[in-house]
Design a protein around this ligand. Sequence first.
Ligand SMILES: [Zn+2]
Length: 434
Amino acid sequence: MSDLLILNGRVIDPANSLDDARDLLLRDGKIAAIERPGALKSVEAAETIDARGLIVAPGLVDVHVHLREPGQTYKETIATGTAAAAAGGFTTVVAMPNTLPVNDSVEGLQWMLSPDRNPLVNLFAMPAATMGSMGATLTDFAALHAAGALGFTDDGKPVLEDAIMREALISAARLGVPISQHAEDTHLTGGCSMNAGPVAFRLGLRGMTVEAEARIVERDIRLLQEIEKAEGLHPHLHVQHVSTGRALDAIRAARQQGLHVTCEAAPHHFTLTDEAIGDYDTNAKMNPPLRAEADRQAVLAGLADGTVDCIATDHAPHAAHEKEQEFERAPNGITGLETSLGLALRVLHKGQGLSLGRILSLMSAAPAKIVSLPGRGTLAAGSFADIVIFDPAAHWNFAASASRSKSKNTPFDGAAMLGRVKATICEGRIVYRS
Ligand SMILES: [Zn+2]
C-alpha cells in the first residue's frame, strides 16, 4: 500500500489529549509518524492531502448499527451501509444481530464478517445473547468470542428474564466483553408506538413510559451488584440508546458504586423531541422513542458531565414502502450514519458548548474502548490509519436523496448540519472523499 501524507491539519486526538498542528504519515495501513509541522517535509509519498483549515481526527466508531444483511438486503447491505458510514466519517462499525436469520451462530458471524460482503470500513459484530434473540437460551459465548464477537446483545429486544440476564452477564464477564442491553420492559410497552405524554394523547397513540426503560436499567444494575458479591466477577453492562433522565440517574449512581456500566446516546435523542412526530411522521418513529424536552435535556446533561460514554447512531434503514404505513404499523428506526457528526457539532458543540475534543472522544476513543478495539479511536504512531478529515465550519443541509444508504428513512432530510466530512481513510485507504 502506498504512503499517504496528511499535512497542515489541526489534529485532535482525544485519546492522547492532543489538539495541535501535526503532520501525519500513513504507511502499510498504520500511522507511521505524527510530527510537528514541517518535520515530514523530506518524506516522499504517493499522495499528499492538504488539510489546511481542516480537522484531522481518529476515524469515527459506531458501536450500534443495523446493516440488514443477511435477509433484508432491500433495506441495506453491508456494502451500502458501510459506504454510508464512510461518508459520515466512520471507519469502524459494530453490526447488531437482528438480521434474518439472527446472528446467533459462529457460521452466521463468520459469514457476516467475511471480506466477501465487501465492507468499505472496518466491520465488527455483536452476535445475539440468546438463540434467535428469543430470550430463552444463551448462545455459545465462548465460540462466538473466539470467532470475533465484541460482546452480546439481543438489540431490538431486551434480555428480559432475570435468570437469563444474570447468566449472560456472568458468561460475558468471564470473557471480558460487555452485554449490550436494549432497555425496554416490554411488559409495559405492548401496543405502544411512541413516547407517553401530551403528544401521544393528542395523536391518540399508546405511549411508552420513561419507567419502561428505567426499570430494565435498574434491574440490570441490581444484577451487577449481586454478581459482584456472589461471584467476585466485574461484569460490563452497556446500556444502548439511553433516552431518559431516570435511566441516566440510575447509571450515574451505579458508576459511583464502582460498577462497570457504560452507555450510549443517539443523535436523534439529543436533537429531537416527540413533537417531531408532528402529524404521524413515521420517519420520527424509533425505539426507544423520541422523548419529552426534559428527557432530551437530561441526555444533553449526561453528554456534558460524562455519564453518557459515547454517541451511537442506531442506524436502522427501512424501505419507503415500510415507513409509508399508518404510524402504529410502521417499523421503528431511522438511518443515522451520515448525520451523526453534523448533528453532534451543531447541537453539542455550537449549541451546548461541548469542546470538539469531547465530541470526538464520544465518537471515537470512547466507543473503541467500550468494545475493546486496541489501535482504533486513536492517532498514536503505530495505530491503525483510521482517520476522518472534516471542515468544522461548513454549514450544509443533509439531503436524504444523496445518501449512500439504500434507505432514506430519516427525520433529518433537509436539516441543518455543521461540519462536513472531506475525507475518510480506513487502514490507510481513502474510502470517501467529497
Ligand atoms: Zn435497540
